[in-house]
Design a protein around this ligand. Structure first.
Ligand code: SF4
Length: 469
């Protein structure tokens, strides 16, 4: 028997029809709805049911007990069958086919009507789409720290040493789970470490006091401080040593701020906004330098730099210790993906701070934006009319979620996946110093500026917007 789903779909083409097949060998249990992840008939090769999580989600929302399982070989048994299979098929590139399907036991009329409705609503959402996927939300410093932690665990855990990671574990969720399995113990303070322990310093660094205490107690230290944070720490110490007052443009609560300020106690003021420059009180207006806290979008500093320079014209940017463009690039990536999409899915825990921030940034583009914690949460209404779907992972998203969502959407018809990532290639250190010399200043080039100021000074990095098929 064949029933038609409502016509339409995302391309306006007729939706795939829903067929009702009485079969056996499906293994459907009474009281459940089986959602095949793979479906094969007596005479047909099994075909993928990549949209199975979407169908399962619809059924779960209607209170059904759902089981996902492959059914590589069912038999079309006519009215003698023990189950009813509802199935619609979608065309894929190269002539392949995928199925949207659900099966219920014979005689379970309530489940049968819900199963048919679920298959029909997803069949109606079938069609060709494009997914525009943003690059990883994790920066070089976090990835590098995760790798350093893994190596430390491999080297020391087997030798009966306790490996403790100081501070919040800012690494991808799957890396955090792996480190947990490897026996790494997160701690908030050195007071939790015991003699003989191995202590890991995080990507955002630690204060000079913590470093000194670890050395004094003879703890084995493995330092995963991001090189860009380490350079900023050194720059702060160097400037203070020259009698400069350092204005650190950033947030006092940011994890990297205290470790940087600790290199120049009493000579660093953390300034968050233009108002902070008004409250500044420095002893010598001729000896003032400013630097940008790594982890802050470069553009966020432009107003503060302008206000600082208008009050202290002699204020200088710090030597080119290396700007961190990761936050700026991520923001630009979010905007680029959102601008090119009809609908933006922000993957991860919707309550996480990072998810909320990305959702707000994407909404600023005026696009429809939806946080998504799991693939089962996708609904036909959500993707209705969306031909290009942006997918942006927050840092709370587990590594497989984007692949799951993309695969499920691909189960609804032809899917083209493009990846978009904005990446800035900062100028090499030598180039920046050459630039300063050419301008005849003789001193260090001001590396920490807003994008426009940096561009005017000939110090800008090269920003690339990449879209890979
Ligand atoms: S400085 Fe930049 S790259 Fe390094 S940890 Fe911070 S955000 Fe990541």
């Amino acid at each position: 028997m064949t029933r038609s789903a409502r016509p339409g779909g995302v391309t306006g083409a007729p939706s795939p029809q829903v067929r009702e097949i009485y079969g056996s060998g499906l293994g459907v249990q009474r009281g459940e709805v089986l959602v095949p992840t793979l479906l094969g008939g007596e005479l047909t090769e099994p075909i993928s049911c990549a949209a199975a999580p979407l169908v399962a989600g619809s059924l779960q929302r209607k209170g059904c007990q759902v089981r996902l399982a492959p059914t590589p070989k069912y038999t079309d048994a006519g009215t003698d069958g023990d189950a009813v299979l509802y199935v619609a098929t979608c065309r894929q590139p190269g002539g392949a086919t995928t199925a949207i399907a659900a099966a219920t036991p014979i005689g379970d009329r309530l489940s049968a009507s819900v199963a048919m409705a679920a298959v029909a609503e997803w069949a109606a959402a079938a069609g060709s789409r494009v997914v525009l996927a943003a690059g990883s939300p994790w920066c070089m410093g976090a990835e590098r720290a995760a790798e350093t932690y893994r190596r430390a665990a491999a080297e020391y855990s087997g030798r009966g040493r306790t490996v403790r990671a100081l501070g919040p574990l800012s690494v991808p969720p799957e890396a955090a789970a792996e480190l947990d399995m490897l026996g790494i113990v997160p701690v908030t303070s050195l007071a939790d470490a015991e003699e003989g322990d191995v202590v890991l310093f995080p990507a955002h660094g630690v204060s000079s006091q913590v470093r000194a205490e670890a050395a004094e107690r003879g703890l084995v230290v493995i330092d995963a401080t991001c090189p860009l944070v380490a350079q900023a720490q050194e720059a702060a110490g160097r400037l203070a040593g020259r009698g400069q007052h350092v204005v650190l443009i950033g947030h006092p609560q940011a994890a990297a701020a205290t470790p940087i300020a600790s290199r120049a106690v009493g000579q660093v003021t953390i300034v968050e906004n233009t108002g902070g420059t008004t409250a500044l009180n420095v002893r010598d207006a001729q000896r003032i330098s400013y630097m940008l806290q790594p982890g802050l979008p470069v553009e966020a500093a432009s107003g503060v730099i302008g206000a600082l320079r208008s009050r202290y014209p002699a204020a200088q940017g710090t030597p080119p210790a290396g700007l961190c463009y990761a936050p700026s690039d991520r923001l630009a990536t979010v905007r680029a993906v959102a601008a090119g999409s009809d609908l933006v899915l922000v993957l991860g825990d919707p309550q996480s701070g990072d998810s909320r921030q990305v959702v707000a940034q994407a909404r600023d583009t005026g696009r429809r934006v939806q946080p998504l914690g799991a693939v089962f949460e996708l609904t036909p209404a959500l993707i209705d009319g969306a031909t290009t779907i942006g997918i942006i992972e927050s840092t709370s998203a587990h590594s497989g979620l984007a692949a799951q969502v993309i695969a499920a959407i691909g189960g609804l018809g032809q899917l083209h996946v493009a990846r978009r990532q904005v990446r800035t290639d900062p100028p090499a250190l030598d180039d920046r110093e050459d630039g300063a010399r050419r301008r005849g200043r003789g001193g260090p080039a001001p590396a920490y500026h807003s994008a426009s100021v940096v561009a005017a000074a000939g110090l800008t990095g090269t920003r690339r917007t990449g879209t890979a098929p």
